[in-house]
Design a protein around this ligand. Structure first.
Ligand code: HXC
Ligand code: NAP
Length: 294
């Protein structure tokens, strides 16, 4: 087994922590839920599709025998979010961690989007995140309870990206929220961090970002200096650390986990990777000649 597929933290690292994961029934949310359960956490998974959540909960229970609550919740609806909070507190007595992971996204030239299509992405990603953060934050502050918020953003939250503009706008907003409240709510003992994942194949993302045979047309691993996509366990290891007490002094940080992908796109001369050793010999000779003749 490759070392990066191994689990990282000690057993019981999340014991007695109650973690609410939005979008926890699929993809990366479900992968993180499984690892948190393995580390002893009690988990609430919340999203719009109750049947998907129930199926995921049965699978997670089968694997971990942990405590799992499912909650039907549209994060863009504040009333739903308040119900998620009260159901979580009713079942587990408290919430220690909010993981804002729910998202919506698809590729499209921006001029083809209706205003409603733009709204729908912003409503899930940015409004959903601030709805949950506000409801849970008010609860924690009123109850004088320490807590941690972990937000899942993307590398293009910082750089922007063509063809996923509503998502880029929304994720940039989530990043601003993370950094702002890391400072403002530290006095209440509430910590905020974010993870910016690179390429982590999931059905939800790949069916909307690389639909049809697009995924066969692009070898995504070639975009990454480490020449591979990410494994869900690698992301789960980082997330578990960031919600655990081991990271108690990390606040307001966004940690990129992308094998160097976004930097490869950014560096002005990164395309020189294509040059062979022989050509480099020739280039070196040419530059040395120029240097000595000037
Ligand atoms: C143009 C489109 C469209 C398309 C939908 N719309 N698909 N417009 N091109 N391909 C428009 C619709 O016509 C409608 O506008 C509006 O968007 C809302 O669509 P609905 O289908 O009514 O909405 P809904 O059923 O709520 O679905 C929301 C969704 C869907 C976001 C469109 O994809 C979804 O439920 N996604 C959740 C999961 C997800 O997206 N996961 C991927 C996250 S990946 P009109 O005007 O016609 O009413 C991610 C990773 C990023 O974030 C980084 C990866 C490397
Ligand atoms: P995914 O499986 O499609 O997860 C998205 C989840 O969000 C689904 O479970 C969906 O469940 C939920 N959701 C959507 N709208 C919702 C709403 N209004 N209310 C509540 N829940 C809602 O995709 P994923 O790849 O695992 O993505 C997880 C997170 O990682 C997202 O934040 C994404 O932006 C981020 N990310 C992923 C990648 C990647 O390579 N996969 C890269 C960068 C960032 P329902 O449909 O049941 O509501």
């Amino acid at each position: 087994m490759n070392n990066y597929l191994k689990t990282m933290l000690k057993e019981d690292s999340l014991k007695e922590k109650v973690v609410v994961i939005t979008g926890g029934g699929t993809g990366l949310g479900k992968a993180m839920a499984q690892y948190f359960l393995e580390l002893g956490a009690d988990i609430v998974i919340a999203s719009r599709k109750f049947d998907v959540l129930e199926k995921a909960a049965a699978e997670l229970y089968g694997k971990t025998k942990g405590n799992i609550l499912t909650a039907k919740c549209d994060v863009s609806d504040y009333k739903d979010v308040e119900q998620l909070l009260s159901a979580s507190v009713k079942r587990f007595g408290k919430v220690d961690v909010l993981l804002n992971n729910a998202a919506g996204n698809f590729i499209s030239p921006t001029e083809r989007l209706s205003n409603r299509a733009f709204d729908i992405i912003i409503n899930i990603v940015l409004k959903g995140t601030y709805n949950c953060t506000l409801a849970f934050g008010k609860h924690w502050i009123a109850n004088k309870q320490n807590a941690t918020v972990l937000n899942i953003v993307t590398t293009y939250a910082s750089t922007g990206s063509a063809y996923v503009v509503p998502s880029a706008c929304a994720k940039a907003g989530v990043l601003a929220l993370t950094r702002s409240l890391a400072v403002e709510w530290a006095k209440y003992g509430i910590r905020f961090n974010a993870i910016a994942p690179g390429l982590f194949p999931t059905k939800g993302a790949w069916s909307r970002l690389l639909p049809g045979d697009l995924k066969d047309k692009f070898d995504l691993a070639q975009k990454v200096p480490l020449k591979r996509v990410g494994e869900h366990q690698e992301l789960s290891n980082l997330a578990a650390y960031l919600i655990s007490d081991y990271s108690a002094y990390i606040n307001g940080e966004v940690i990129t986990i992308d094998g160097g992908e976004w930097l490869k796109g950014a560096g002005q001369f990164n395309m020189l990777e294509a040059i062979s050793e022989e050509l480099w010999d020739e280039i070196e000779r040419t530059i040395r000649n120029v240097n000595s003749s000037q």
